[in-house]
Design a protein around this ligand. Structure first.
Ligand code: IPD
Ligand code: CA
Length: 264
């Protein structure tokens, strides 16, 4: 696919991710009337997740009918296309449903196992994180830079946990972090926590097992700022998920040690 085609998609999807976030915000302001269902342990879906995904899919189909689509709520639509949109309509659904502000819309575009575009919009803070492979990454239009730290004791690490994770591995990751002077946050949205690594707010981020729609956009951003991530799309990570590990450049070795301590 030509650079021009990807650039065109990057421009169009920046408008779309913001529109989708503002659409979700309308439900967020009327949570009492929202219909919600449980998908599994600690895993919910609401009318807002479904409607936002439908809106994103419809607009992408109109603009780029030749592209594939893979969304958290509706799965795969059109598999044999060169480019694939991977969409999480609301990452941080548990926060969203409880009126907490840390949730976002996450959209990635993948061509032949390369994450070409990563976009995350957090409506409650009006923050648009955007990355285009080979062209850098921005937060509301300003270049993002990762932390310059070289020690875990110099900042915060995002450590996610869900029932998909191993309890034992996560406990070991926590132990490694605490023993090395670190502290953790889990704000309930892996997409945002990974974007925070790109933005220099967090030193790194780890979760034992996560889905591709939760992390591909953030991974694109971390790489574009010169940070490091694991090869998430290895071993069918797109469909089946994988562990995720992201780090500011000077923290890569420490995060790899944390990963090993967790037993990976
Ligand atoms: C979840 C969030 C959470 C992470 C889970 C994800 P959802 O996505 O990203 O931070 O720990 O693994 O499933 O359910 O809010 O879309
Ligand atoms: Ca989600």
């Amino acid at each position: 696919m030509s650079d021009q085609s990807i650039h065109h998609r990057f421009q169009a999807a920046q408008v779309l991710v913001r529109d989708a976030g503002l659409y979700a915000l309308q439900w967020f302001r009327n949570l009492e009337s929202l219909h919600t269902e449980k998908k599994g342990p600690q895993d919910w879906v609401s009318e807002a997740d479904r409607e936002v995904e439908k809106m994103i899919q419809k607009r992408l189909k109109l603009m780029f009918p030749e592209d594939g689509f893979f969304g958290e709520e509706s799965g795969f639509q059109q598999k044999d296309s060169e480019g694939l949109w991977v969409v999480d309509p609301i990452d941080g659904t548990s926060c969203f449903l409880k009126g907490l502000p840390s949730w976002c819309v996450s959209i990635a575009y993948v061509v032949e196992k390369e994450i070409e575009i990563g976009l995350i919009y957090a409506p409650c803070t009006d923050e648009l994180f955007a990355a285009h492979r080979g062209n850098g990454a921005t937060l509301n239009g300003r270049p993002m830079r990762p932390s310059k730290a070289t020690l875990l004791s110099e900042g915060i690490v995002g450590l996610g946990y869900s029932p998909k994770s191993s309890i034992e591995a996560t406990q070991k990751a926590f132990a490694y972090l605490f023993e090395n002077g670190g502290v953790y946050h889990d704000i309930g949205s892996a997409a945002l926590m990974i974007a925070y690594v790109a933005a220099g707010r967090y030193l790194g981020c780890y979760e034992y097992q996560i889905n591709s729609w939760d992390c591909l956009a953030g991974i694109c951003m971390v790489r574009e700022t010169g940070g490091w991530t694991n090869d998430f799309l290895a071993k069918d990570g797109l469909h089946s998920g994988n562990p995720v590990l992201a780090a500011a450049p000077g923290i890569k070795e420490s995060m790899l040690n944390l990963f090993r301590a967790a037993g990976h």
